[in-house]
Design a protein around this ligand. Structure first.
Ligand SMILES: Nc1ncnc2c1ncn2[C@@H]1O[C@H](COP(=O)(O)OP(=O)(O)OP(=O)(O)O)[C@@H](O)[C@H]1O
Ligand SMILES: [Mg+2]
Length: 375
């Protein structure tokens, strides 16, 4: 430990939300690990964090300690039970009544709730576990960002009066080879031990098709996490919910085990109701504020509406106004919409096939360049 050198990366702004910072740390560590593999450098401790809190994520190459607390057991030696202690369930933050979705989606969710509640009766008491040992209580909420997937996961947990254990892909994946699958196992174990519903956010990578022609360690790591996930789904007795944005990439093995529920962008009726839910009665509103008028603004998701209400209220308060007016709300939602529409085209994440193809081309180009420079 004392002999290792430190590589300090202090690139994450202090004020960005923790889930985003977690993804940044994870991506940075992955990139640096790859780089170190290529350079063959050893005994380097990589520390990624903000300027204020530089040790928020640490990875030590070729060293068993994780650098944060040398008294602690090295991560890789943790038993599944010890690892599971890291994941704590919480009380659900939202209720079913807060969720505004088309009737068909609501029915699908309520059916899922019924299945969860009736599982023990039908499968254990009525013996159907003999013909279906693993009833499908794995759900996948897929849809565009901000359409209510996370809200729905909490809503289901609160409907059946159980805590929810939230884990994101960024928390599960790990720098160490073999750690990712162990983390997958640990979250399932933690959920079972705490009798919690498991919610795996940003699960696109986990549920995507397993990669063929695996050449890199990182690809292998993803594949083994996916295989571990299948094993856990097979034996898990609880309820697991995933949230994804891109449905077309699913691995066939998951498709047969997971019930998909699509979260559409809200139509005018749903938008009106979402506006009404977010324009809470304590918020002083000018008489011209009308959810009908606001609902006419198309192509916006629930999160846009929430952000517009907050933005308009903040602006009104800053300007010393006592009430929020329709004009402010319309200005906020239109500027949020404009900002979102501007970044969307072309920013779609690559599918695994496209990624594989792109990486193949990069490798070919690099090999060609190397060949040219040596000849
Ligand atoms: N269908 C909805 N009904 C009511 N409120 C909604 C709905 N969709 C979004 N919202 C509002 O937007 C917020 C963010 O939504 P949520 O986090 O559930 O989106 P998400 O689908 O999980 O997005 P992401 O894919 O980015 O994780 C909610 O807390 C709520 O205030
Ligand atoms: Mg979400």
């Amino acid at each position: 430990m004392n002999t290792s050198q430190k590589l300090l990366i202090q690139g994450i702004p202090d004020n960005i939300p923790e889930p985003v910072a977690a993804v940044c740390r994870s991506r940075l560590l992955t990139a640096v690990n790859k780089l170190l593999d290529e350079t063959g450098l050893e005994n380097i401790m990589v520390i990624v964090g903000t300027a204020l809190e530089s040790s928020s994520s640490t990875f030590e190459k070729n060293n068993s300690q994780n650098g944060q607390d040398s008294q602690k057991k090295p991560d890789r030696d943790l038993s599944p039970e010890e690892r599971a202690k890291r994941y704590k369930a919480q009380e659900p933050l939202f209720t079913f009544e807060q969720l505004v979705i088309p009737e068909k989606v609501r029915e699908d969710l309520l059916l899922a709730v019924d299945l969860i509640q009736l599982e023990s009766k039908v499968f254990d008491k009525w013996g159907l576990r003999k013909i279906e040992p693993f009833p499908r209580t794995a759900l996948n909420f897929h849809g565009k960002p901000g359409t209510g997937k996370t809200l729905a996961a909490h809503a289901i947990a609160s409907k059946i009066n159980r805590p929810i254990l939230v884990a994101s892909y960024a928390q599960i994946e790990s720098m160490y080879h073999g750690e990712g699958p162990k983390n997958v196992e640990a979250i399932f174990l933690a959920a079972e031990q705490q009798n919690a519903l498991l919610f795996i956010d940003e699960a696109d990578s986990l549920l995507s098709k397993r990669l063929t022609n695996v050449t890199q360690g990182s690809e292998q790591a993803i594949n083994s996490m996916r295989s571990q996930l299948l094993i856990c789904l097979e034996k898990f007795r609880g309820v697991v919910m995933f949230s994804t944005n891109l449905v077309e990439n699913y691995d066939k093995a998951f498709e047969t085990r997971v019930r998909n529920i699509n979260f559409p962008m809200p139509d005018e009726t749903c938008r009106r109701e979402i506006w009404e839910r977010h324009l809470v009665k304590e918020l002083p509103q000018a008489p011209d504020v009308s959810s009908e008028k606001l609902a006419e603004v198309e192509d916006i998701c629930g999160r846009d509406i929430k952000n517009a209400v907050i933005d308009a209220a903040m602006r009104a308060a800053r300007q010393g106004k006592e009430k929020v007016a329709l004009r402010e709300l319309l200005e906020s939602i239109n500027s949020i919409k404009k900002a979102r529409v501007n970044v969307t085209p072309g920013s779609r994440p690559l599918t695994p096939e496209e990624k594989e193809e792109a990486e193949k081309k990069i490798k070919e180009a690099l090999a060609k360049k190397k060949q040219e420079s040596t000849s």
